[in-house]
Design a binder for this molecule. Structure first.
Ligand code: SF4
Ligand code: SF4
Length: 331
């Protein structure tokens, strides 16, 4: 009898979890490691601010093209710029092909600064908008359209400039669009390059203006006379940020041409995921599918190895699986 009475107590104390248990659990999570990596990469990519770099590195991520405050170049922007300069974009293409074949879209999940911003925006709302599978299936094609239009404009401009007949085409596009059609409206360029420049100019310019008698009029004129492209850039950036608050990684899922290109090439990647069919309970579980920010239909893909073009290798599915059925596979 007395033994029976003591049993629940010992079980209770064994199950009692100290704050240290929860801290340890939080630290040794893949998601914690990913967030730390993303944050460190974010600092490294902008390390010019701290006097480091620039380094001769080109990465297939979405950063900025038109600012000196970056340590590495973004491949897709460099590709457009080299075509504009009538250079064969060997280096940009080599970076895209090499990284896609070795690690697929994992830079999207672990390095890209705009991906990181979207991952942080997820915390603004607790409940997110669910996109129906049908809408999702149609919408993921949009990023391939963005990719095709960008390459078409850059390619045709390069050919016409090389043949000596492209000056009017270039003038019609305008300097920014001609140099890099995607980056001219890229929300990452606006967020990381254009917006800080505006803030800095305002920080130093407005106090000086306020000392003059026509200060307010001058500021108002300055705002009103801002180029249309600037307003368009700001509108696109705000729209994308608001969308990312409601739909996790919506830019990456539906609009990013770099993600589209890496996803296409990622089909041939050494890196993939595998799902152990013995450990996977599948029916009535779906924890991995629900954890996936990119809506990858994990349970419908081959269990031996899958490298879906939408997968950004965030490994949230690996962490979500209670039976540890999902694992990265290389090669
Ligand atoms: S899809 Fe584009 S924005 Fe998203 S993480 Fe990849 S490169 Fe960055
Ligand atoms: S399938 Fe897994 S690793 Fe790939 S995006 Fe979805 S949760 Fe992340």
């Amino acid at each position: 009898m007395s033994q029976k009475e003591t049993e629940p107590k010992s079980t209770e104390s064994a199950n009692k979890k100290t704050p240290f248990f929860y801290v340890k659990k939080a630290i040794f999570r893949i998601e914690t490691a990913r967030k730390i990596t993303q944050f460190c990469c974010f600092l490294l990519l902008n390390a010019v601010v701290f006097g480091l770099g620039p380094w001769p590195v080109i990465l297939p991520i979405i950063g900025t093209l038109g600012t000196p405050t970056k340590t590495v170049l973004e491949a897709f922007g460099t590709l457009q710029w080299m075509l504009f300069e009538l250079l064969i974009p060997f280096l940009a293409l080599a970076s895209i092909f090499l990284i896609a074949v070795v690690v697929s879209r994992s830079l999207c999940g672990w390095v890209c600064p705009f991906g990181f911003v979207q991952d942080l925006l997820v915390y603004v709302k607790k409940v997110h908008t669910q996109v129906s599978p049908r809408t999702h299936k149609s919408m993921i094609k949009v990023k391939y359209l963005v990719l095709a239009v960008t390459l078409f404009v850059s390619g045709t401009l390069a050919i016409s400039l090389a043949s000596g007949m492209g000056q009017s085409y270039k003038a019609a596009l305008g300097e920014d669009f001609a140099r890099a059609p995607f980056n001219a409206l890229s929300p990452a360029d606006t967020l990381f390059a254009v917006l800080p420049r505006i803030v800095l100019e305002a920080r130093f310019g407005i106090p000086a203006l306020m000392e003059t008698s026509e200060a307010l009029g001058t500021v108002a004129n300055g705002i009103l006379s801002a180029p249309l492209l600037l307003w368009a850039r700001l509108a696109v950036m705000i729209g994308i940020i608001v969308l990312a608050v409601y739909i996790p990684r919506s830019w990456c899922r539906y609009l990013c041409p770099n993600g589209a290109l890496m996803g296409l090439l990622g089909h041939f990647s050494f890196l993939g995921l595998k799902r152990d069919p013995v450990k996977c309970t599948k029916v009535g579980c779906r924890l991995c599918v629900e954890a996936c920010p990119m809506l990858v239909p994990i349970l419908d893909l081959p269990w031996e190895k899958f490298n879906d073009p939408e997968c950004i290798y965030c490994l949230k599915c690996v962490e979500a699986c209670s039976t540890k059925a999902i694992r990265p596979k290389f090669p």
